[in-house]
Design a protein around this ligand. Structure first.
Ligand code: FAD
Length: 610
C-alpha cells in the first residue's frame, strides 16, 4: 500500500506541474540584446544580462485580450503545485515504514483479496492466463505504450521477482518496440495513419529539438529518463524521429533514458518511503524550478531582445554580412518533411543553428552554397537564396536559429517518362537530405523587399503565396501572433494569408495557421487555393489568383486604406495575378498602371518570386 501511496503522490505532483516541458523548457536565456543604454548603432551587443530585456515599449493589449496572461496561469499553477506537494508529503509521512519485500507481499495480498487491481497487475494476470513466464510478461508490459517500464517495474515487485531480474527484463522490453518504431516511421503511409499520435508527440517533445546534437541527445535522455506523465520512450522516439535526429543517436539516447527511468523506478520501489521521498525531492527540484521562477520566466520569455529602437526602425537592417568568399558555417538542428504523402513533390522544414552570430529580419533570405563543384567547369556551386521561414528569434525563440522551407527540385524527363536523378536540383536536394549536425555554408542575410511595415500597427497585410512562398509569411505571422514581440503586442491590423498549393497534402504549416486563426479571429484571415481539389467560379482549377479575386473588392478597399500586399513563390504566379488585378481595376474604372504605380510609390507593393 505504501508504495502505491507514494506513487500516487508523485503522480499528483507531476501531473500538476505540467509534465514533460516542466523539465525541458524550450526557453533559452537570451544571449543577444541590443544595448539599452547605448545609442542605436545598428550593431547587436552580446550580453548575458537579462535586465536589458526589460520592456522599453508601451503595449496595446487590446488584440491579445483573448488570451489570459501567462503570469496568472503561473500563479494558479504555483498554488496547485504547492498544495499537491504538501498533501503528498503528508501522505508519505503518515504511511507506515515496512521492508520492501513485506510491502510487496502486502500489496499482492491486498490486491488479491480486495480485487482492486492496478492496471499493470490486471495485464500481468491476463498474460499469466496464457502461461507466459513472469519475466516475459514484464517485457511485454514494458513494451506497451503509456505503461512502459515505469509501470512494469512495480508489477515485477508485485510478482515477487528480485529487482536484479525485473530491471533488465523491463529495459529490454521497453527498448524492443522503439528500434523498429524509429525505422517504421520512415514509411509515409504509416506516418499518415499515426498522424494524430505523432502530432501529440510532437507537441510534447518540441523542446527536444533545441541546440546542438549533443544537447538534443541529453534532452531526449532526460525526457525518457525522468518518469513524468506524458514522457517516455514511445513519445521520445516519435519526437526524435519528427525532429530528424539520426536513428543511432536517438536509440542510444532513449536507451540511456530507459535505464535511468528503470533505476528511478527501482529506487522508489526498493527503498519504500525513503525512495519515494528522494524521488519526490528530485522531481520537486526539477519541476519546482519552473514554477518558483514563474515571474522571471515570464519576462525572459518575451521576444524582445533582438529589436531595433524603436522596434519598427528599419534603418539598420543587417544585409550581406556574410559574403560568398567568407560564408558563415551554420549547423543543421533538424530537417523534416512537412507535406503529406499525396503532395506534389517534397517540401522540408530545416532548422539551422547560427549560435546568434547571423541575425536577420523577418522577410529576408539566406544564401546557401551547396557543397561540391559544378560538373561543367569544376568551379564551386553558386549560391542559392532561400527565404527565412522563422522570425528573427528562430523556432526555439533563442535568437540562435533560423528555419528554411525548401522544396526539393526534381527533373521530370519527358523521354524517360521518369525523374532523372542526374538533373535534380543541387542545393534543394542537399538541404532536404541534411541531417542534424550537418554543416551548411551560408551567405546574407539578403533583401529588404519583403520587410514588414511596423511603424503603424494598424496596417493590414495581405500575404499571397504559392508553395514555399509561404516562408517569409511564417516569420511575419510568428512575430505578430505567436511570439511575445513588441510588434505583436502592438498589432491591431488584419494579416490575411492566401496560400496556393496543389492539394491538401501539400499545405504548408496548416496546423500553425489554424492555431493563430483560433486565437486571433479578428486579426488573422486565411484562404487556401487548392488547384487540384477546388474549382474556381468558372469551373476551372482554383489557382491563387482565383481565390484572391473572390475578395477583390475588399482587397482593393484595404489597399486604398494603406494595406501592404506581398507576393512570394514561383515566378509563374505573377502573370495570372497581374491579369486578374488588371481586370478588377478596369471593372472599377481605374487605370491599372497608374493604380499599381501608386502602390509601388507608397511602398505597399512587395514581390519576391523565383
Ligand atoms: P538547380 O541545381 O539550380 O537546378 C534548377 C532546376 O533545373 C531544377 O529544377 C533542376 O531539376 C533543373 N535541372 C538541372 N539540370 C538540368 C538539366 N540538365 N536540364 C534541365 N533541367 C535541369 N526555394 C525554396 O525551395 N524555398 C524558398 O524559400 C526559396 N526562396 C527563394 C528566395 C529567393 C529570393 C530566390 C531568388 C529563390 C528562392 N528559392 C526558394 C529558389 C532557390 O533559390 C533555388 O532556385 C531552388 O531551390 C533550386 O535550386 P537547386 O540548386 O536545387 O536547383
Amino acid at each position: 500500500m505504501k508504495f502505491f501511496t507514494s506513487t500516487l503522490a508523485l503522480v499528483a505532483v507531476t501531473s500538476l506541474t505540467g509534465s514533460a516541458n516542466a523539465f525541458s523548457s524550450p526557453r533559452v536565456a537570451p544571449s543577444i540584446v541590443r544595448s539599452a543604454s547605448s545609442p542605436l548603432t545598428g550593431q547587436y551587443a552580446k550580453s548575458t544580462s537579462t535586465e536589458l530585456n526589460m520592456k522599453m515599449f508601451s503595449f496595446n493589449h487590446n488584440k491579445k485580450a483573448v488570451k489570459p496572461t501567462l503570469s496568472k496561469k503561473k500563479q494558479a499553477l504555483k498554488f496547485l503545485c504547492k498544495t499537491a506537494a504538501t498533501l503528498s508529503f503528508i501522505a508519505l509521512a503518515t504511511s507506515a515504514a515496512a521492508p520492501p519485500a513485506l510491502a510487496a507481499k502486502k500489496a499482492a495480498a491486498a490486491a488479491e483479496t480486495v480485487e482492486h487491481l492496478h492496471v499493470g497487475q490486471k495485464v500481468a494476470n491476463y498474460f499469466r492466463g496464457f502461461g507466459l513466464p513472469d519475466l516475459a510478461i514484464l517485457a511485454v508490459i514494458s513494451a506497451m505504450p503509456v505503461i512502459e517500464l515505469r509501470g512494469a517495474v512495480p508489477v515485477g515487485l508485485w510478482m515477487g521477482l528480485p529487482i536484479t531480474q525485473v530491471l533488465p527484463a523491463c529495459v529490454i522490453g521497453n527498448m524492443i518496440p522503439i528500434i523498429p518504431l524509429l525505422f517504421l516511421l520512415k514509411n509515409d503511409s504509416l506516418k499518415k495513419m499515426m498522424k494524430p499520435i505523432l502530432d501529440r508527440a510532437e507537441k510534447k517533445s518540441s523542446a527536444l529539438g533545441v541546440g546542438s546534437l549533443e544537447k538534443q541527445w541529453a534532452s531526449l535522455a532526460a525526457f525518457v529518463g525522468i518518469p513524468l506523465p506524458g514522457t517516455g520512450a514511445w513519445t521520445g522516439a516519435m519526437g526524435a524521429f519528427l525532429l530528424g535526429m539520426p536513428t543511432a543517436v536517438a536509440i542510444s539516447s532513449i536507451f540511456t533514458g530507459v535505464v535511468s527511468a528503470g533505476l528511478i523506478m527501482s529506487a522508489i520501489t526498493l527503498a519504500g518511503k525513503k525512495g519515494g521521498l528522494t524521488a519526490l525531492a528530485i522531481l520537486a527540484a526539477i519541476t519546482g524550478k519552473e514554477f518558483l521562477s514563474g515571474e522571471k520566466e515570464t519576462e525572459e520569455s518575451k521576444q524582445d531582445f533582438l529589436e531595433a529602437d524603436p522596434y519598427w526602425d528599419q534603418s539598420n537592417v543587417p544585409v550581406n554580412v556574410y559574403k560568398n568568399k567568407a560564408p558563415f558555417t551554420g549547423k543543421v538542428v533538424s530537417t523534416k518533411r512537412i507535406v503529406g504523402p499525396k503532395a506534389t513533390g517534397e517540401t522540408c522544414h530545416i532548422v539551422i543553428d547560427h549560435e546568434g552570430d547571423f541575425p536577420y529580419w523577418e522577410g529576408q533570405s539566406w544564401g546557401v552554397i551547396p557543397p561540391g563543384v559544378r560538373e561543367k567547369d569544376g568551379k564551386p556551386h553558386s549560391v542559392r537564396l532561400y527565404s527565412i521561414a522563422s522570425s528573427r528569434y528562430g523556432d526555439d525563440m533563442s535568437g540562435k536559429t533560423g528555419s528554411l522551407c525548401v522544396r526539393r527540385a526534381t527533373y521530370w524527363c519527358p523521354e524517360m517518362k521518369a525523374e532523372d536523378p542526374a538533373k535534380k536540383g543541387v542545393c534543394s536536394n542537399f538541404l532536404c537530405d541534411t541531417k542534424a549536425g550537418d554543416e551548411v555554408q551560408m551567405t546574407g542575410p539578403a533583401g529588404k523587399v519583403m520587410l514588414m511595415p511596423e511603424e503603424d500597427p494598424k496596417t493590414d497585410l495581405i500575404m499571397v503565396a504559392t508553395g514555399t512562398g509561404i516562408a517569409p509569411y511564417r516569420g511575419f505571422i510568428r512575430r505578430l501572433f505567436t511570439e511575445k514581440t513588441p510588434a505583436g503586442e502592438a498589432y491591431e491590423g488584419t494579416a490575411w494569408l492566401f496560400l496556393g498549393v496543389a492539394n491538401s497534402d501539400a499545405l504548408l504549416y496548416d496546423d500553425e495557421w489554424q492555431e493563430v486563426k483560433k486565437n486571433y479571429p479578428d486579426n488573422f484571415r486565411l484562404d487556401y487555393a487548392l488547384s487540384r481539389e477546388q474549382e474556381n467560379k468558372k469551373g476551372g482549377k482554383m489557382y491563387i489568383q482565383d481565390k484572391v479575386e473572390e475578395y477583390a473588392d475588399e482587397i482593393f478597399t484595404k489597399l486604398d486604406n494603406g494595406a501592404h500586399i506581398y507576393f512570394c513563390g514561383l515566378k509563374g504566379m505573377m502573370p495570372g495575378i497581374q491579369d486578374m488585378l488588371k481586370g478588377v481595376a478596369e471593372s472599377k474604372g481605374l487605370d491599372y498602371d497608374e493604380w499599381l504605380k501608386g502602390l509601388k510609390k507608397s511602398k505597399q507593393w512587395h514581390v519576391e518570386v523565383y
